[in-house]
Ligand binder design. Structure first.
Ligand code: ADP
Ligand code: MG
Length: 298
């Protein structure tokens, strides 16, 4: 986890077959058009036939090793992600590429942001291609395409980082390039608009930002406040879920560390989110009284 092998040249993977049908549905696309992602040969033909869909020298065959689906490791949250990781080889070198199933509107939107706003910037995935067959619209009501982009290798995401810090698995709190990354985002006139902890991925000492399909054009300073509210609010919700699941009390060192974290993030930007409506919505669903109190820094 979080990647579960779905299939390979040998057929459906045992990991996938072993899942309950409800969990299989989390991974399997509904109406997997325009390519059948489960057919590895078809996937390989697409990888080789469509220029620019993934890295590799032209004329050199890409061999698909396996297809994996994203399986979110959440506590009691039933989430579906139409996101795949294709493992392939080019001259023996093992490579990964992300294929994200999206509607035309969302795919075009995410492509626009990644291509026209962040193409030359590090720490955001390189967009390769949005593969969409509009001819299918004549026959089908709901047509999806696949957004192909760079796979960002990472060790942890922001909500896991907050959790690890809070429960003492990390000794020193470091934000590395987080401030620069978010300032860059905003300076390009983009409000991420879905800045959950799972969209910030840490590799070594660099944060990367993904999932731009909900972005909006940044219009006023409140937009930055909204982004930070979602980041802190959603990551706190994850912490709340973890604490509940493991029956851990929110007190002492844990409480101190959580407060330090939130203060440090907000201090970096000089932004107060306590009155933000998005943040208040998050507070409303956090079950732990202690966390709710700490989140508003009493
Ligand atoms: N380019 C990428 N590199 C590495 N992991 C990714 C990438 N894109 C998505 N993921 C992983 O898949 C998850 C779901 O992808 P996301 O783009 O957020 O799709 P959704 O719209 O379903 O939320 C992310 O939280 C992240 O863990
Ligand atoms: Mg997402």
């Amino acid at each position: 986890m979080p990647w579960v092998k779905i299939g390979s040249k040998e057929g459906l993977a045992d990991e996938f077959k072993g899942l309950s049908s409800v969990d299989q549905k989390r991974l399997l696309p509904r109406g997997a058009l325009p390519i059948n992602i489960l057919d590895i040969d078809e996937l390989e033909a697409t990888l080789n036939g469509v220029t620019g869909i993934c890295p590799g020298k032209s004329g050199i065959k890409k061999e698909v090793v396996a297809l994996e689906g994203y399986y979110p490791p959440k506590f009691g949250i039933w989430a579906t992600h139409r996101l795949y990781r294709v493992i392939y080889t080019v001259e023996e070198a093992r490579m990964y590429v992300i294929a994200k199933q999206m509607t035309k509107r969302d795919g075009d939107k995410e492509f626009w942001a990644l291509f026209y706003r962040f193409y030359d910037e590090p720490y955001m995935p390189v967009p390769y291609y949005f593969l969409y067959d509009s001819r299918l619209e004549r026959e089908f009501k709901e047509v999806f395409g696949y957004f192909w982009m760079q796979y960002i290798e990472h060790d942890i995401n922001f909500e896991e980082y907050l959790l690890n810090w809070t429960i003492g698995k990390i000794d020193r709190l470091e934000f590395y390039n987080l401030g620069d990354l978010l300032r860059l985002l905003w300076s390009k006139g983009v409000k991420h608009n879905d800045l959950k902890g799972e969209h910030l991925l840490l590799k070594g000492d660099r944060w990367h930002l993904i999932d731009f399909e909900k972005f909006k054009h940044l219009k006023n300073p409140k937009d930055r406040e909204d982004d930070l509210s979602i980041l802190i609010g959603d990551s706190t919700l994850f912490l709340d879920g973890y604490m509940r699941f493991h029956r851990i009390e929110f007190e002492g060192e844990i409480k101190k560390r959580y407060e330090e974290f939130v203060r440090a993030v907000l201090g970096e930007f000089g932004i107060d989110i306590r009155q933000n409506p998005h943040f208040k919505t998050f507070l409303g669903v956090i079950r732990s009284h202690g966390i709710r109190e700490s989140a508003v820094f009493k």
